[in-house]
Design a protein around this ligand. Structure first.
Ligand code: DAS
Length: 326
């Protein structure tokens, strides 16, 4: 059987990061290029044809819509190429969930696309990047991976883009998922899926856009006053994601201010600052003109709201339908 042909798009992060010593805490992300990385991978004896392309070499805290555009363009071309089996994207772990979710919304699901990173730089004792990468190749090589949307592989676990979240600052088990935890378990030689593919339709959920509107996140805390809203919302702002307390709650004066703005056309999505849990619709949302973020945390809720507004979807009911979709 012909070995799979995989495009590897590199963006930097700790998986390509290095320090001056094996035991120092501080290091620099994005220090080696994709060619050098793939030379190291070659020593693993992976049975796949890997072609590398450097898209960026940054810490993922510096990711931009321009980088998302390049990733989307290259991944789309690869997915349309009959010779290509799928795409692996190397990425910093800090914002990998945002890039994965954005691509999950905007790429077709006909072939696997997997994002992968590392929690420890190349020079560190116990570098996890090569194992995570070998696992990612194992996932992309599996025909059963198609139809599961964009995936993230970290710490021998496979997560769906919509569920995945970086939930710890350190350690190789830094990722979790909500509402589903891992959808598969992987090692370089074994892969087990929990359940059947769920995105069988194949087409992208949303056209890709780079002209994303200003949609800030309002982090709610005790003793918050409405002037926080006024400092955040400018004339250009089209939506606000409320990173609320509990089930998307906020102080009454803040709610009142947001209702005034919602009546003038600002789109308001309620999410939660908690690590897990649904934010469901409440009867007042109709009256307020608000949208419930459901299972999406604030970072992903922001991306979905931006993508919807950029594509001309501004009716709160239609926005709610997009948030309700699993
Ligand atoms: N520096 C961070 C980043 O690039 C951390 C990481 O990759 O783990 O996201």
């Amino acid at each position: 059987m012909k070995s799979p042909s995989i495009l590897v798009l590199a963006t930097g992060g700790t998986i390509a990061g290095a320090a001056d010593s094996a035991t120092r805490h501080d290091y620099r992300p994005g220090q080696i290029g994709i060619e050098e990385f793939l030379e190291r991978v070659e020593e693993l004896g992976i049975e796949a044809r890997l072609t590398g392309k450097q898209i960026a070499n940054i810490g993922s805290e510096d990711i931009t819509p321009a980088i998302w555009h390049d990733l989307h363009t290259c991944a789309s071309a690869a997915l349309a190429d009959p010779e290509c089996s799928g795409v692996v994207i190397t990425h910093g772990t800090d914002t990998v969930e945002e890039t994965a979710f954005l691509l999950d919304l905007t790429l077709p699901t006909t072939k696997p696309v997997v994002l992968v990173g590392a929690m420890r730089p190349i020079t560190a004792v116990g570098y996890d990047g090569l194992r995570n990468f070998a696992n990612a190749v194992r996932v992309v090589s599996d025909p059963e991976a198609a139809g599961r949307g964009v995936l993230v592989v970290m710490g021998d676990r496979v997560f769906a883009a919509r569920d995945v979240r970086k939930s710890r600052t350190r350690g190789t088990d830094a990722f979790s998922g909500f509402p589903r935890d891992a959808v598969g378990l992987v090692t370089p030689s074994a892969l087990d899926w929990f359940g059947a593919p769920w995105r069988v339709a194949g087409e992208a959920r949303s056209p890709f856009r780079t002209d994303l509107p200003d949609v800030p996140v309002l982090f709610v805390h005790a003793a918050m006053t409405p002037d926080y809203v006024d400092r955040l919302v400018t004339r250009e702002t089209r939506g606000v994601v409320v990173c609320g307390v509990g089930e998307g709650n906020m102080p009454e004066p803040v709610r009142k201010r947001l209702v005034e703005l919602a009546r003038k056309g600002l789109r308001v999505v309620r999410s939660t600052r908690l690590a897990e849990g649904l934010v469901d619709r409440e009867p007042e949302d109709d009256e307020n003109g608000f949208v419930a973020g459901r299972a999406l945390g604030p970072a992903k809720a922001r991306i979905l709201l931006q993508m919807l507004i950029a594509n001309g979807i501004t009716d709160p009911g239609e926005i709610q339908t997009a948030f309700d979709k699993p």
